[in-house]
Design a protein around this ligand. Structure first.
Ligand code: GDP
Ligand code: ZN
Length: 320
């Protein structure tokens, strides 16, 4: 893809119009030249962290330019809260979306977890559920039973689940193994221990992030930026951290598609009498039968219905 004098690299930072690409020759500061817009979408950043790009060497103006982007395997966007209808690409070419959740202090609802997992399906990014603060569950009434039930539920659906205590270090080795060699995007509500986990995975990251923010705060009003960090001792493993972004980009689900994003519901839907079955009240519905027989978790079905309701009302636009 590159011209003879160009190098190929991966974008590891993006602040405003400035990008940093990691190339065989080291990190190169660059800007964007050309039109890379996604059709039908106005984005604030045409290039995103995780993009594989061609970089032309600095010309007379002293600036290196990104001249081409390899097609993305996937990408995650965030729509602006304001009315500009612009979207921000948070990250591209992600192997894993990791949701850090807790069952106590705070207690993250299964509805939130299911919405995250469904959104990851819609973005075609494999998801991993990381349950943190397991050290606190031993003190909760039925805390460990709850943990095992949640692990069992999501593993049965087909998701990888890794339970950890960032405080005691328990399970962190399993998390490291699960992330090894992959590019993972870490998400999680405030207070679940995402920063503690990231700091444990990448010692010194807090310091780096603070320094970079300090540099940029002087010149610009940037509120969101993502950064790609390598996992120590793992040449191909990295995480994309998005300070200030707790969740995921939003997806406007179409009613007919919601069932596609719940793997166990999707699988059963082939046995429904009607091929456009929405699994709400239709006769001969295989999903409703499976719920009656306890083969599909009621909590998952409740989440499915709540997303379906949002799709009906066209209100599924708020970031979560
Ligand atoms: P973030 O908002 O998701 O980045 O969460 P933080 O990493 O700032 O953690 C929130 C609070 O939870 C802090 O007081 C942490 O010390 C605490 N915390 C993080 N991980 C654990 C854990 O595994 N066990 C316990 N008991 N507390 C934790
Ligand atoms: Zn059905």
């Amino acid at each position: 893809m590159s011209q003879p004098d160009e190098t190929t690299g991966r974008v590891v930072r993006n602040t405003g119009a400035h990008y940093v690409a990691e190339t065989p020759a080291g990190e190169i500061n660059c800007k964007v030249k050309g039109n890379f817009r996604i059709r039908g979408l106005r984005t604030t950043n045409p290039v995103a962290v995780g993009d594989i790009v061609s970089v032309a060497p600095p010309g007379p103006d002293g600036t290196a330019y990104i001249t081409a982007i390899e097609p993305r395997r996937n990408y995650i966007i965030r729509r602006s809260i304001n009315l500009s209808k612009q979207a921000h690409i948070i990250a591209a070419n992600i192997d894993r979306a990791v949701l850090v959740a807790t069952l106590a202090h705070p207690s993250v609802s299964t509805n939130f977890i299911d919405r995250f997992l469904a959104t990851a399906e819609a973005y075609r990014v494999p998801a991993l559920l990381c349950i943190n603060k397991t050290d606190l569950l031993a003190d909760e009434p039925d805390g460990l039973e709850l943990l095992h039930a949640v692990e069992h539920l999501y593993r049965t659906v087909g998701y990888e689940v890794v339970s950890v205590s960032a405080r005691t270090g328990q399970g962190m080795e399993n998390l490291r193994k699960a992330l090894a060699g992959k590019t993972s995007l870490l998400c999680g509500n405030s207070g679940v221990g995402k920063s503690t986990i990231v700091n444990d995975l990448i010692p010194g990251i807090e310091q780096r992030t603070a320094e970079i923010s300090a540099v940029h705060d002087q010149g610009m009003h940037t509120t969101t930026f993502s950064e790609l960090f390598h996992l120590p001792g793992d040449p191909t493993g990295c995480i994309i951290d998005t300070p200030g972004i707790r969740g995921f980009g939003t997806v406007d689900f179409e009613r007919a598609d919601v069932g596609h994003y719940f793997p166990e519901i999707f699988e059963l839907s082939h046995d429904c009498r009607f091929n456009n079955c929405t699994h709400v009240h239709e006769p001969g519905c295989a999903v409703l039968a499976a719920i009656d027989e306890g083969r599909v978790a009621r909590s998952r079905y409740t989440s499915y219905l709540s997303i379906l309701e949002d799709a009906d009302e066209g209100k599924y636009r708020k970031p979560f």
